[in-house]
Design a binder for this molecule. Structure first.
Ligand SMILES: [Zn+2]
Length: 227
């Protein structure tokens, strides 16, 4: 029997988890594992609506993320509320992420692939890079030594799963969880409205990855040993 694991999923925007790996998260929870989500920005620039304010948009998107998380059974959603599109310039983020990793003690960290090219949104790579830095600062006690004295001793996650659009080397079979993923993503109404047939896109994408993995539907990762 697989031991129960804590997955800490750290993404840039409120809909990234459901869009990119909602099926895997549903599956992990169904298998009895725990999942906590950290959302770095509240997506306050993610709209084509000229009349909505960034503040109102962020509030709407946080509500949508909480609804999707409740549907999937995610234990907790932590909003860090950094400015959308400006993650790379946020000084406090490496410290905050290191503190969270040390406090929550995840076995598996999941985030955006910081080395994946051709991704327009700067926050995805920036979040991935900051998470990789935070793993190093979390696992060795001589990084941020004050944390040790503040009751946050070093912690070594076992695995880092990088969410990768194009060249995954590890697949989760989500054949039984695809419909659940689509429902969870549909909670992000402010985003769904902006795309043409996003559910068809997600279905086709899962099918394409499924073909590579030899199953009906899949999501892809690059999987690295973190310890
Ligand atoms: Zn995003």
């Amino acid at each position: 029997m697989n031991p129960k694991r804590l997955y800490l999923v750290i993404t840039a925007h409120p809909d990234d988890l459901e869009l990119l790996i909602g099926g895997s998260v549903a599956k992990w929870i169904d298998q009895g594992h725990r999942v906590i989500s950290v959302v770095v920005t509240s997506g306050d620039k993610g709209t084509k609506d000229p009349d909505i304010s960034p503040f109102e948009l962020a509030q709407t998107r946080e509500k949508e993320a909480l609804e999707a998380a409740a549907f999937l059974g995610i234990e907790k959603v932590i909003f860090l509320r950094k400015p959308d599109g400006e993650v790379a310039d946020t000084r406090s983020l490496p410290f905050e992420l290191t503190s969270l990793i040390r406090a929550l003690k995840p076995h598996i960290l999941v985030t955006h692939d910081p080395w994946q090219p051709y991704d327009f949104h700067p926050d995805h790579q920036a979040v991935g890079r900051r998470v990789v830095e935070a793993i190093v600062a979390s696992r060795d006690h001589l990084f941020l030594p004050g944390l040790e004295h503040a009751g946050l001793p070093r912690h070594r996650p076992e695995w880092l799963y990088l969410i990768n659009w194009r060249n995954p080397d590890y697949y989760e079979d989500i054949s039984e969880y695809l419909e659940k993923k689509l429902h969870a993503f549909s909670c992000h109404r402010s985003q769904v409205e902006q795309f043409q047939n996003p559910l068809d896109f997600l279905r086709n994408w899962a099918k394409e990855l499924g073909q590579k993995a030899g199953v009906t539907a899949a999501e892809g990762f690059v999987r690295l040993r973190a310890s």
